[in-house]
Design a protein around this ligand. Sequence first.
Ligand SMILES: Nc1ncnc2c1ncn2[C@@H]1O[C@H](COP(=O)(O)OP(=O)(O)OP(=O)(O)O)[C@@H](O)[C@H]1O
Ligand SMILES: [Mg+2]
Length: 505
Amino acid sequence: MKPETKTDVKTQTKPQEKFTVEEVGWRFDNSYARLPEPFYVRISPVPVRAPRVAILNHALAESLGLNFQILSEQDAAHLFSGNVLPQTAEPIAQAYAGHQFGSFTMLGDGRAILMGEHVTPAGDRLDVQFKGSGHTPFSRRGDGRAALGPMLREYIISEAMHSLGIPSTRSLAVVTTGETVLRELPLPGAVLTRIAASHIRVGTFEYAARLKDGVHVKTLADYAIRRHYPDLLETVNPYLALLHRVIDRQASLVAQWLLVGFIHGVMNTDNMAISGETIDYGPCAFMDEYDPYTVFSSIDDHGRYGYHNQSRAAQWNLARFAETLLPLLDSAQDKALTLAEEAVHAFPDIFQQYWLNGMRKKLGLMNEEASDVELIEALLTCMHQHHADYTNTFRSLAAERLPDDALFQDSAFIAWHAQWQARLARQPESRAVAFNVMQASNPALLPRNHRVEAALTAASDHGDYDEMQCLLAAVSDPYIDAPEYNEYRTPPTASERVRQTFCGT
Ligand SMILES: Nc1ncnc2c1ncn2[C@@H]1O[C@H](COP(=O)(O)OP(=O)(O)OP(=O)(O)O)[C@@H](O)[C@H]1O
Ligand SMILES: [Mg+2]
């Protein structure tokens, strides 16, 4: 039976149901809602006053097997605000915990509702979640709501990450609620529909491990293995294999972030997904000038989650994950501890290998030489000294078009360039092959901070979505130098430069 819809909106308008939500193509099969109750609370989204579509992701809808054609704007607004629920949805708020900047806290979906798991025509099982959907038992002192700007920010950057080929949750829709949320200022409210391989977080394991009855971690680990890594069921110790796999996926993910200059900004354990997808686009940003010490987040006072600290932060989170698995790794706890430590201590080397392989591709190095790290570091040092634009420097190298600027005139760079050319000449692959790989490994177009802020200001303050649509189109094919998007490749001027980003929660 469906739970009663909890509502605190008095003037809620009842939509005309001109369509059956099932006709949209939802095929829900809600396996998480079949886990025992401590993992979630059954609760519906709080209806909103006057929903309106801000943006719909038609391409994603199509790949999910959804038919948006039958939806009027009003239908879509009601559907993606949670005012109308598909019959087969089983809305829940998930329980989890997390270490936030190193301190443990009990959390849970305080402003999100998992509608259920949609099974795509290709057979993929994906979470459909509303973010900003109202109060839940986990809301603590929050209002359960989200402001439009941060939800559009998540939409833009998650879609850009996907286009870059980096594992990420996706954004299917943003609707405005017709309600105001109070932050420092009154802001328009919004709900984001997020699509994810799952929302199982390191923090979900931390939560399970702290439940009194010791069976819950096993239940969750069995579930996560079956859902994400079923091949591990064949291994001798699937829980140890799960630990190794999650470590591997995170090492790969964080390396990919660094390779495109991405800073997540809030790598708390509740923002690390077991699936290996990037999740929670709060104060994240791509850096323009290369500086390994870059920090954008307004709340990251000590740079814990700054650019160059991200692999260390990931390893710290993975140690928390490993701790939750200790009872499952071996019946002898000293042996379990050794296994966990070995796995977590292997992280830096795994990460370094992913990063190095990625950097080799960025420089067209098709084979391995021992001195490659030195070569790469020498370039990065030069870039740092000259405040070089991270994205454009690599793209210029890939295009063999070095502009007439300070970096490329520097004698240290000129010496480096000669070394690099000699290194390219030593490998058996042709230059054409190497430069093709470089083109495919160095994006030309990223959602630069100042362009994101401009798009969000236009949309959120003035209801003008043109800039955002243009930015989304520009970053949807990031490895192509499309001349019509040249302006999106230009780094910010001093006055355009964004130095701080905000969670907006
Ligand atoms: N306005 C709010 N009302 C209630 N709870 C909130 C609010 N904002 C954040 N929270 C909760 O605080 C916790 C930490 O917030 P954080 O910013 O990491 O997450 P989030 O951006 O809301 O969600 P997610 O990690 O799912 O993307 C989360 O459990 C979140 O649900
Ligand atoms: Mg979060």
